[in-house]
Design a protein around this ligand. Structure first.
Ligand code: URP
Ligand code: ZN
Ligand code: ZN
Length: 467
């Protein structure tokens, strides 16, 4: 199977030129002007951008969070991702306390195999790390799980104490892996939740009040200090406020290998809009919470200035109403208690749309910066580059043909995500994928899925190329 993409404007994180791309089987074989080659299929990409398939480094498909399971599985979630131009996801096997990380990896392999329509890789969430589990980290790194996520929040399931975080960081430093941190002060949050509930403050608007920006900034500062002592790089996930971002910027100014991601929900949504206490606010409950609007512009500026390096989604959807496509009660579990509302918002389908609109169209970013934030930087950080994250001879043929004249309106009624609302409902995007190609096969033609469920492969990641 071969494919010739003609006359497109090829954009990588560093290049911008018009040429043809010849794809043979799953790889890019040749790039050049006016290639005179016969191919099984041709796409005319004139007047369109030809960009690397997006890499979403933070998703939670089919994740059980206690009373509920995120509503997208690896089939629906990866089809939705592809519709929006993302061709690789990195998801999170989650260790159950007392059990081996290996059991979590096996379980996640089963969830994804035969279902994922695009390639996938994994970070491992560590919730329990007695000394005799430490060699398991080394074994996982050898198998391509080259990053670990640790939590300073969710005491009941995931939170680790500082000594355990430090221990995991040191081990990651020894085996060349990378630590991702969920940074919020879980003990203070736990206290505030219990206090609010005891006072009868049970509506969704108390969720952000139980997780003020100081709990995020404090934990961000603390984990950066722990990483500095352990002499390892650290990547702060889902940065929601400019206070936490400023901790990352300050560390980077001191020359520390500290990286940060933010997510569309923190760039586009505002706490003020969900402050009336109505249950509609449950749709926007995630952790860290959506912040005041004043945080948005500093986060956009941080992305432009490389104070933050990646935009991922933290895609973790839960339906608002019971019964959608036969799914059980999800957000409604917290009708009488905001702390029981499953945390998370959908986003995997719209990350590229939203960054394109907010960055390129509204703020005049270059397409190179857009590519850097949505594919090249996560691919480099997480050991997938140059297989993913660029358009180059020898790279996987994960290619999006982005049409800047194709308007797209975000609507839950039409999206591919298996969730009954979209936080960005009715937003109009001035550009959208015309074709999405994953390892050499066209998998979306406009809004039509023409790929194959189960065609996605597990990616054994290498070590980060930025460290
Ligand atoms: O609310 C969120 N973010 N849910 C997903 C789990 C996490 O902490 O990333
Ligand atoms: Zn998290
Ligand atoms: Zn997450």
């Amino acid at each position: 199977m071969s494919l010739l993409i003609q006359n497109g404007r090829i954009i990588t994180a560093t290049d911008d030129f018009i040429a043809d791309i010849f794809v043979e089987r799953d790889k890019i074989k040749l790039i050049g002007a006016n290639l005179a080659i016969n191919a099984d299929a041709m796409i005319d990409a004139r007047d369109r951008y030809v960009i690397p398939g997006g890499v979403d480094a933070h998703t939670h498909m089919d994740l059980n969070v206690g009373a509920a399971t995120s509503s997208d599985d690896f089939e629906t979630g990866t089809i939705a991702a592809a519709h929006g131009g993302t061709t690789t996801i990195i998801d999170f096997p989650t260790q159950t306390r007392g059990k081996k990380m290996r059991a979590a990896l096996d379980a996640w392999m089963k969830k994804a195999e035969g279902k994922a329509a695009i390639d996938y890789a994994f970070h491992m969430i560590i919730s329990d790390l007695p000394d005799d589990f430490l060699p398991d980290m080394d074994a996982l790194v050898r198998e391509g799980i080259t990053s670990f996520k640790l939590f300073t929040a969710y005491p009941e399931r995931l939170m680790l104490d500082d000594a355990t975080i430090f221990k995991a960081m040191q081990r990651a430093g020894e085996n060349g892996a990378f630590i991702c941190m969920h940074a919020e002060n879980g003990s203070v949050i736990d206290y505030l939740i219990r206090k609010f509930i005891a006072e009868g403050k049970t509506t969704p608007n108390f969720h952000p009040l139980s997780r003020p920006h100081q709990v995020e900034a404090e934990a961000t500062h603390r984990v950066i200090a722990l990483a500095e002592m352990a002499r390892v790089p650290v990547y702060i996930v889902h940065v929601s406020s400019h206070f936490a971002m400023e901790e990352i910027r300050a560390a980077r100014e001191r020359g520390l290998p500290v990286y940060g991601e933010t997510c569309p929900q923190y760039l586009f949504l505002a706490q003020e809009d969900y402050a009336d206490g109505s249950f509609d606010g449950a749709k926007y409950i995630c952790s860290p919470p959506i912040r005041e609007r004043a945080n948005q512009e500093p986060l956009w500026r941080a992305l432009a200035a490389d104070d933050l390096q990646v935009v991922s989604t933290d895609h973790c959807p839960f339906c608002f109403k019971e019964g959608y496509r036969g799914l059980p009660k999800q957000k409604e579990l917290g009708k009488d208690n905001f702390a029981k509302i499953p945390n998370g918002v959908p986003g995997v389908e719209n990350r590229m749309h939203l960054l394109y609109q907010g960055g390129v169209v509204d703020r005049g970013w270059s397409m190179n910066r857009f590519v850097q934030l949505t594919s090249a930087a996560p691919a480099k950080l997480f050991g997938l580059y140059p297989r993913k994250g660029t358009i180059a001879v020898g790279s996987d043929a994960d290619i999006v043909i982005w049409d800047p004249r194709k308007k797209y309106t975000i609507r839950a009624a039409e999206h591919f995500m298996r969730v009954d609302y979209n936080p960005y409902e009715a937003m109009v995007i001035d550009g959208s994928p015309a074709y999405v190609i994953a390892r050499g096969r066209v998998i979306f033609e406009g809004d039509k899925f023409v790929g194959k469920v189960g065609a996605g492969e597990f990616l054994r990641r290498g070590k980060s190329s930025l460290i």
